[in-house]
Design a protein around this ligand. Structure first.
Ligand SMILES: C[S@@+](CC[C@H](N)C(=O)[O-])C[C@H]1O[C@@H](n2cnc3c(N)ncnc32)[C@H](O)[C@@H]1O
Length: 388
């Protein structure tokens, strides 16, 4: 049979019993004071050891080695480590690299400060960094005034280029600058259009556009920023919102700032799509994706706008378009033609343009295309000819 281990107090009690040969009750008698004290303390000890909640006695603090002892130990450890040749070599290399990095950062900082103070462009700065710095602004830039272009008579601007397949067709309104119309309706634009967009699933098409937008991007004719709801800051490294109407752009800016208050690389540019190439010439700025929704119909010269998109596109970049125009149904086109003039006055858009013809004649290659709403809504992904 396995022996159960008894606690020390109980063992001492049983030993005492064996020695005295007296029954326990005698030991408990008050006459024998010492025995009583002895046995009660044994019982207390035993009870304490058996109790699951026994009180632990306060322990004396362990003897701590003095601070100087520890310091000496550390010194010894460091010495023995320091004597190791591989450690010494590694530490030296690390320190040299650290000094070099600190010196490089110092020189960069000083040169940056100097160029910032003098206003000269910093030749040691990477071109991309300079571009990013330029983007890091929330003011609306006016490329028309910056580049001195505010008319469409410039040859490179292209508005007077008569190759545009948008004018002189029966039923199609004459091209015009619609900026003023949008300036006036900017504040009520969203209220006027949301229901129509909801019922015709335009929100879904906007999402489709934004899924194809990435990198450094330019939104042409951003209007009040109706695509901002689908903006993905994870995939978009910088965004330039551009529109010819300052009031529309202001609404877009308010929306974007509210939704993405910490997004840094955003800029707002007021100008005409027909003048975009001038902007490229000035800054050398290019984009991975240029997108436009329901903008070509509002331009005076949509073909010139497309040419400018191509000029501002980085290699293997993409142009994504969502537009409306002539339908694939003649009866619908007839109705649109009849109301086209009225539509321009009310909405600033020529809704019966042949968008497909404009795209085909641009020389851009179609990567993907689709049509919805009886062929009157057009979706395109385009690339420069020869690009991947
Ligand atoms: C029908 S709204 C579309 C706005 C926005 N893209 C959207 O999807 O809701 C057309 C926009 O094109 C702008 N616009 C008109 N002519 C322009 C031009 N020549 N260059 C750039 N933007 C222009 C107008 O100010 C307006 O904001």
């Amino acid at each position: 049979m396995a022996h159960q281990r008894l606690p020390a107090g109980a063992l001492r009690a049983s030993a005492l019993l064996r020695v005295t040969k007296k029954p326990l009750f005698k030991l408990l008698q008050p006459s024998s004071t010492s025995s009583l004290f002895f046995s009660t303390s044994c019982i207390r000890n035993f009870a304490q050891q058996q109790s699951p909640h026994r009180r632990s006695r306060p322990q004396a603090p362990p003897k701590d080695s003095s601070l100087s002892d520890r310091y000496n130990q550390l010194k010894l450890a460091w010495r023995s480590l320091n004597e190791h040749p591989r450690f010494r070599t590694g530490a030296s290399v690390f320190l040299i690299m650290l000094y070099a990095a600190a010196a490089y950062a110092g020189v960069q900082y000083l040169s940056d400060t100097k160029y910032k103070a003098t206003g000269e462009p910093n030749p040691y700065k990477k071109r991309e960094d300079v571009e990013r710095e330029r983007l890091n602004t929330t003011s609306i830039k006016d490329i028309a005034s910056e580049s001195g272009i505010d008319t469409l008579t410039d040859k490179d601007g292209g508005a007077d280029d008569t190759t545009a397949p948008t004018s002189g067709k029966p039923g199609i309104p004459a091209p015009r600058d619609t900026t003023e119309i949008f300036d006036q309706m900017a504040r009520e634009y969203d209220d006027k259009i949301w229901l129509e967009e909801l019922t015709s699933h335009i929100w879904y098409r906007r999402r489709q556009v934004m899924k194809n937008v990435e990198g450094d991007v330019l939104e042409v004719s951003c209007g009040t920023g109706r695509n901002i709801s689908y903006f993905d800051p994870e995939r978009i490294t910088s965004v330039t919102f551009m529109d010819s109407s300052r009031s529309m752009l202001e609404v877009a800016r308010e929306k974007f700032t509210e939704k993405f208050p910490t997004y840094e690389h955003v800029q707002y540019v007021r100008g005409r799509a027909e003048d975009l190439a001038k902007m490229a010439a000035g800054s050398g700025q290019k984009f991975d994706t240029i997108y436009e929704t329901f903008g070509l119909c509002s331009h005076e010269d949509p073909s010139a706008a497309l040419r400018n998109f191509e000029a501002l596109l980085r290699k293997n970049g993409r142009i994504v378009l969502l537009e409306h125009g002539r339908s694939t149904y003649n009866s619908l086109n007839e109705t649109m033609d009849k109301k086209a003039e009225q539509r321009v006055k009310e909405w600033g858009c020529r809704w019966n343009l042949d968008i497909d013809q404009i795209v085909q004649s641009s020389g851009l290659e179609v990567v993907e295309s689709d049509r919805y709403h009886f062929g009157s809504t057009y979706f395109y992904i385009l690339k420069r000819a020869g690009d991947n």
